[in-house]
Design a protein around this ligand. Structure first.
Ligand code: F6R
Length: 612
């Protein structure tokens, strides 16, 4: 989704720093880009382009003087108004002395716009953001200092925002403010940075200051900064912290796409999520992130998992795991639904948020909803230092590294791996599954490698099914959330209509859709319920439906029944989801490639969904 980068410093490298930062954020999905920079003559230069950051760079090359000691830039993912140059950020006031980039949505923009129009301000875009530079001008013209007027203007905004602001009035300082949208300052010796994701600035500095809601920061060219909490009207003293983890944007290497690269990283992802946390010598699981809340965890009698999309499906796998292994009732809710529900919530309930980015607006809102309930808030998060990671009382990082393809692959695997560890941890070692699962987790990376080695076979299957207009995914028990995730992966990158059902539900409606043009991917791996799934496959076959099965190596019978089968190595039912998901991801990838789609940046989607 939208991305923000800002620079102020002694060196005249603002334009380059911002463009480089915008490039690092490209993977998040966007439709236009723009930059505003202060020239040495203290005038503000604005350039915007539809499409790639590369287009913007091309425009900058045509300009004589792009040397700048202050600059802000933006990649936009359209919400209010089409992706046009006029709607692209930065937005500016009439005399172009103030430029603003904004992530989020200003909910009261119509009210503010009417008010500003009545005061004589004119608008040139369809965006909600454009009210901000005008509002800043209005209030700064009536205030003693720029910053005090800025504070008044920002206090009037409702909704969600991360803002970067540059002005000719204070050429040595740029500004940042946030409410419900991530923003971080990067601090260096003679420069300071603003970014919506640290990945945009870590090549310049690893010393960062995360802003909290209702904070306005002034960052100066000598690398100093002042932060004010404008809700409480007080100064905030916050030291920079050092990013220990590598946020570097990762290169494509020899892979054709990030999605392919990230699927090939899955064996290492399982290792990174589990290593050091499993002690095979003593048969124990150690989750440092949960140690500080060990006492509270003892009194938990229910867990509500909140998440969106793929993370939600990982949560569904977690539900089966935690209930079966630890015996604690779990409910998984879509964060977007949870935040508006009025449900009873006892203190014995823990809320567990799952998020790759740690910045998903709905998941953040779900955590905020229970802020005053006095309940334990846990996180399973990939992005270190992200909003969700910082909001939760405690949690376990996924350690999957940056995931750049829009469709989540290795992060799902890391989330399921971590949820497996959490289930084992919560069981206190009292489950008969404890040791077998611990043991199996060590063998999973090699099994994932063997699936990757057979990617060509999956590609062949993808070619056979690439022209399907519809697809059904079915599974039972642990196979059911895998079916849901498989259908999501196929539809999001190949645009083929795909639906998932619990196999036992077929007779209750979906069977009516089946004919020779409506293929089914059936998860028919080893499980106590396999025979029942086989019966469901028979029912589909009886209606002339084509069936592609994911089965366990050694099951020769299934080959005779279905049109096609792909075999995964034998594994426990509880650890199979990781292997099944890998096959589904590869299948979706090859179908999308065969149909000529951009797998890393599917249409209409963004990587980090920071608006409701
Ligand atoms: C699908 C996908 C999305 C995300 C969802 C939640 O492949 O990536 O469905 O899973 O937007 O994002 P996070 O996990 O960042 O909260």
């Amino acid at each position: 989704m939208c991305g923000i980068v800002g620079y102020v410093g002694q060196k005249q490298v603002g334009s380059e720093v911002v463009i480089e930062g915008l490039r690092a954020l490209e993977y998040r999905g966007y439709d236009s880009a723009g930059i505003a920079f202060l020239r040495s003559d203290k005038t503000l230069c604005l350039e915007k382009a539809v499409g790639r950051v590369q287009n913007l760079e091309g425009q900058l090359e045509q300009i004589d003087d792009t040397k700048a000691t202050a600059a802000i830039g933006h990649t936009r993912w359209a919400t209010h108004g089409a992706p046009t140059v006029g709607n692209a950020h930065p937005h500016y006031n009439a005399d172009r002395s103030i430029a603003v980039t904004h992530n989020g949505i200003i909910e009261n923009y119509l009210e503010l716009k009417q008010e500003l129009e009545a005061a004589g301000y004119e608008f040139v875009s369809e965006t909600d953001t454009e009210v901000i530079p005008h509002l800043i001008e209005f209030h700064t013209n009536r205030s003693k200092t720029f910053i005090s007027g800025l504070e008044k203007a920002i206090s009037r905004l409702r909704g969600a925002y991360a803002l970067a602001i540059v002005t000719t009035k204070t050429p040595d300082t740029i500004y940042a403010a946030r409410l419900s949208s991530p923003l971080v300052l990067g601090i260096a010796k003679s420069a300071a940075y603003i970014a919506s994701d640290p990945m945009a600035i870590t090549s310049h500095t690893k010393d960062v200051v995360y802003l909290n809601d209702y904070e306005l920061a002034a960052v100066h060219k000598d690398g100093s900064y002042d932060i004010r909490d404008y809700k409480r009207a007080q100064t905030v003293n916050r030291k920079a912290e050092r990013l220990e983890h590598n946020h570097a944007s990762g290169e494509l290497g020899n892979y054709e796409h990030f999605m392919l690269k990230e699927m090939h990283e899955i064996p290492d992802t399982i290792r990174a999520a589990t290593q050091g946390r499993i002690r095979p010598d003593s048969n124990t699981v150690k989750l440092g992130g949960l140690e500080s809340v060990a006492d509270q965890l003892r009194f938990i009698d229910r867990i509500v998992i909140v998440a969106c999309g793929t993370s939600y499906y990982a949560g569904l796998v977690g539900e089966y795991l935690i209930e079966e292994i630890a015996g604690i009732p779990v409910e998984v809710q879509l964060a977007s639904e949870f935040k508006y529900r009025n449900e009873p919530f006892s203190r014995g309930t823990a809320l567990l948020a799952i998020s790759q980015s740690g910045e998903t607006a709905d998941t953040i809102a779900a955590l905020k909803k229970v802020e005053n309930y006095g309940v334990l808030r846990l996180g399973v998060v990939n992005a270190v230092g992200s909003t969700i990671a910082r909001m939760t009382d405690s949690g376990v990082y996924c350690h999957a590294g940056p995931e750049q393809a829009v469709a989540s692959t290795k992060a799902f695997v890391a989330q399921v791996s971590v949820l497996t560890l959490i289930a084992l941890h919560l069981s206190g070692g009292n489950s008969p599954l404890y040791k077998p699962i611990l043991h199996e987790l060590e063998h999973l990376p090699a099994k994932a490698e063997s699936i990757l080695a057979q990617a060509k076979d999956i590609e062949k299957l993808a070619h056979k099914y690439k022209d399907a207009r519809d697809f059904l995914f079915i599974g039972r028990n642990y196979g059911y959330p895998c079916a849901l995730e498989g259908a999501l992966k196929l539809k999001e990158i190949s645009y083929i209509h795909a639906e998932a059902y619990a196999a036992g539900e077929m007779k209750h409606g979906p069977l009516a859709m089946i004919d020779e043009n409506f293929p089914t991917l059936a998860i028919a791996t080893d499980s106590p319920l396999l025979e029942k799934t086989i019966s469901n496959i028979q029912e589909i076959k009886a209606r002339k439906g084509l069936v592609l099965a994911i089965a366990t190596e050694g099951n020769k019978d299934i080959k005779r029944l279905v049109s096609d089968a792909f075999y995964i190595p034998g594994s426990l039912e509880q650890t199979q989801p990781i292997l099944i998901a890998l096959v589904e991801m590869l299948f979706a990838y090859y179908v999308a490639i065969a149909n000529g789609h951009n797998v890393d940046r599917p249409r209409n989607l963004a990587k980090s969904v920071t608006v409701e």
